[in-house]
Design a protein around this ligand. Structure first.
Ligand code: AMP
Ligand code: MN
Ligand code: MN
Ligand code: MN
Length: 284
C-alpha cells in the first residue's frame, strides 16, 4: 500500500450536527485530495454505511468513525473511535444510551434561554436537526444566528450555551471507561479528540491522558481544526510522552461555519506514528 499522507479523520454530517450529507462530504474530501477519510458524527454511527459507500465509489480509503461525548472529572471530553466494526451491538447500544438524554436537555436549554427573553428556541432549533435523536447545541446556535440574536455561531458560543451563560445545561455523558471499551471491543482505536479545547489544568490533563492510556486508549488528535500551530507541537510532544499514535482531522461541520476545510490542514510531523499505521487492517 502506498504511504498515506492526506488523512482527514474527523468531520460531521447531517446525521449529527454537520450541514452536509455523507455523500457531499465524501465528494468534498476527495476534491481536496483526501486519501483516507472518516466520518465521525457525534454519538451516532447511522451515517457509516453511506459514508463508506460514497468513499468507495470515489476511490477513497475509509475508516469507520464516531465522536463519543464523555464526562471526565466534571468536564465534557470527546473521544473519537476509528476502525471499529459498525455492526457491533454493544457499541450501538452504548451510543443509543449516550444519545438518550439529548431531547430532555434541549428542552431545558430552551427553558433557560426563555429566562433571558429568547422564546421558542427548541421549536426554532428543530428545523436544523437532521437526526431527531441528535439535537445538539450547534442546532440551537444556528437558530440564534437565523433569528438575529447573534451574527455567527462563534458569537453564540461566547455569549450563550456554554458554562455560566444562558442556555447552558450540564449533562452527564458516557464515562471514559465505557467509551474506550465500546470502541476497542468493537475492534477499533480510541483517540482523544482536540485536547487543547478542554481548558484543563496541567494536572487535570495529565489525569486524562494517564487514565485514557490505562484504559486502552491508543491515539490523540495532534493536527486538528481546533488547534493552533503551537498546539500541534505541544500535543505532538504529549503523544510521544504517553506513547500514543497521532491523528489528523479538520472537524469540518459546514461550508458556512467551519474555518477549517476538509483535507487542508498541515501534515503530521514525521516523528509521530500516525493512527492509520496501526489501523492498516481496518482500512476499507
Ligand atoms: P453538544 O454535543 O450538544 O454539547 O454540542 C457540542 C457541539 O457544539 C460541538 O461538537 C461543536 O460542533 C459545537 N461547539 C461547541 N463549542 C463551540 C464553539 N466554541 N464554537 C463553535 N462550535 C462549538
Ligand atoms: Mn459538533
Ligand atoms: Mn468535538
Ligand atoms: Mn467533532
Amino acid at each position: 500500500m502506498t504511504k498515506i499522507l492526506n488523512a482527514d479523520l474527523h468531520c460531521h454530517s447531517v446525521v449529527s450536527d454537520g450541514t452536509l450529507t455523507p455523500e457531499d462530504l465524501a465528494a468534498r474530501a476527495k476534491a481536496n485530495g483526501v486519501e483516507l477519510w472518516s466520518l465521525t458524527d457525534h454519538d451516532e454511527i447511522g451515517g457509516q454505511a453511506r459514508a463508506l459507500a460514497a468513499a468507495k465509489a470515489l476511490g477513497m480509503r475509509y475508516l469507520t468513525g464516531v465522536e463519543i461525548s464523555v464526562t471526565f472529572i466534571g468536564h465534557t471530553v470527546h473521544i473519537v473511535g476509528l476502525g471499529f466494526d459498525a455492526e457491533n451491538e454493544a457499541l450501538a447500544q452504548g451510543l443509543r444510551d449516550t444519545r438518550g438524554g439529548r431531547k430532555q436537555r434541549a428542552m431545558e436549554m430552551s427553558d433557560d434561554l426563555a429566562r433571558v427573553g429568547i422564546l421558542g428556541a427548541y421549536e426554532g432549533a428543530l428545523p436544523f436537526v437532521g437526526n431527531p435523536e441528535l439535537i445538539s447545541r450547534t442546532h440551537f446556535a444556528r437558530f440564534l444566528v437565523e433569528s438575529g440574536v447573534c451574527k455567527e455561531t462563534n458569537e453564540v458560543f461566547r455569549k450563550y450555551l456554554t458554562e455560566g451563560k444562558p442556555g447552558y445545561v450540564p449533562h452527564r455523558w458516557a464515562t471514559l471507561k465505557d467509551a474506550i471499551t465500546w470502541i476497542t471491543q468493537a475492534g477499533g482505536m480510541a483517540v482523544i479528540a482536540h485536547p487543547a479545547r478542554y481548558k484543563f489544568t496541567p494536572n487535570e490533563e495529565y489525569a486524562l491522558f494517564t487514565e485514557f492510556k490505562a484504559l486502552g486508549g491508543q491515539g490523540v488528535e495532534v493536527v486538528t481544526g481546533s488547534h493552533s500551530a503551537a498546539e500541534y507541537v505541544t500535543y505532538g510532544h504529549t503523544a510521544r510522552e504517553f506513547g500514543l499514535a497521532a491523528s489528523r482531522g479538520s472537524d469540518f461541520h459546514s461550508p458556512a461555519e467551519s474555518h477549517t476545510e476538509l483535507g487542508t490542514l498541515p501534515l503530521l510531523n514525521k516523528e509521530l506514528t500516525p493512527v492509520w499505521e496501526l489501523l492498516g487492517s481496518r482500512i476499507q
